[in-house]
Write a protein that binds this ligand. Structure first.
Ligand SMILES: NC(=O)c1ccc[n+]([C@@H]2O[C@H](COP(=O)([O-])OP(=O)(O)OC[C@H]3O[C@@H](n4cnc5c(N)ncnc54)[C@H](OP(=O)(O)O)[C@@H]3O)[C@@H](O)[C@H]2O)c1
Length: 264
């Protein structure tokens, strides 16, 4: 059951990019998802923030968003479970009666040597990432029926390049980028725009748990023209742009934001 609190967004006036837009962000309570939530809240959005295990973090982010004057409901669910996905979208419907923007941000990471994963773990990553994006997009599109909508997915540089131990996630991210193209074409006639943001290494917990991450970061900073690792806001800015009316002409694209590291 979603907890709904009525508070008027501070910047909901004319000119705020997300004034009165209802936005669901999966994994919206920490890392990049949290940065997207804070940015959109400050620009007038009415938020639904997905979380799974991190209850404390969810509470903290909810308080931060509400301190900005934004409406916010928290929706708990396991994206690896189709029923849980339906329940999550049902709670958004119940709280707001509509959905304008869906940000597919959550990722369930599984790391290890390419051929040493158990079949169970391999299938779980596909369920929690690719199938979850497919099912969430289906639910989002239903809720966007009859009005304009935006879907933005987060992918990563491992979709196109080799990162040690990242085969499962890299495969999932590549599949999500492919699905973005198909959804974009199929949903464009209904006024729903679908795109992805492909990020280079960003300083969040999920990067810190990649085996050998310090070496990966050191090497990538060396090769990054921008000379630094990304911050959650670096990707949140691109997500917000793609979710805004300013990006209406961008359809089915995967926009790379990585400080230039992928040029080499
Ligand atoms: N960090 C990077 O270097 C980087 C770079 C490029 C792209 N990205 C992408 O950007 C997105 C966010 O990354 P991040 O680093 O900010 O992630 P993060 O801090 O590790 O957070 C992952 C989020 O996903 C949620 N989640 C995990 N499994 C879930 C499940 N089964 N059901 C529902 N929610 C689940 C977590 O919720 P709970 O904590 O509540 O369980 C958490 O909010 C991901 O798609 C990631 O692949 C990250």
């Amino acid at each position: 059951m979603a907890v709904h609190t009525e508070t008027k967004p501070k910047s909901s006036g004319i000119g705020a990019r997300f004034a009165d837009k209802v936005v669901l962000i999966t994994g919206g309570t920490r890392g990049i998802g949290r940065a997207v939530a804070l940015k959109m809240a400050a620009e007038g959005a009415r938020l639904a923030l997905g979380f799974f295990k991190s209850r404390q973090k969810a509470k903290e982010t909810e308080s931060e968003v509400k301190a900005l004057g934004a409406e916010c409901v928290m929706v708990r669910g396991n994206l690896a479970n189709p029923e849980s996905i339906q329940k999550m979208f049902g709670e958004v419907q119940e709280a707001y009666g509509r959905l304008d923007i869906f940000v597919a941000n959550a990722a369930m990471a599984m790391f290890g040597p390419t051929l040493e994963m158990s079949l169970e773990d391999w299938k779980l990553t596909l369920d929690a990432n690719v199938t979850a994006f497919y099912l969430c997009s289906k639910e989002a599109a239903k809720m966007m029926d009859g009005h304009k909508g935006k879907i933005v997915a987060l992918t990563s540089y491992g979709s196109k390049r080799y990162i040690p131990g990242y085969a499962a996630m890299g495969t999932n991210k590549a599949a999500i980028e492919a699905l973005v193209r198909y959804l974009a074409v199929d949903l464009a006639p209904r006024g729903i725009t679908v795109n992805a943001v492909n990020g280079g290494p960003v300083d969040t917990e999920s990067l810190r748990i990649i085996p050998g991450n310090e070496e990966i970061v050191k090497e990538s900073v060396k090769r990054t023209p921008a000379g630094r690792i990304g911050q959650p806001e670096d990707l949140a800015n691109v997500v917000a742009f793609l979710a805004s009316d300013e990006a209406d002409w961008i359809v089915g694209q995967t926009i790379i934001a990585d400080g230039g590291v992928s040029i080499y």
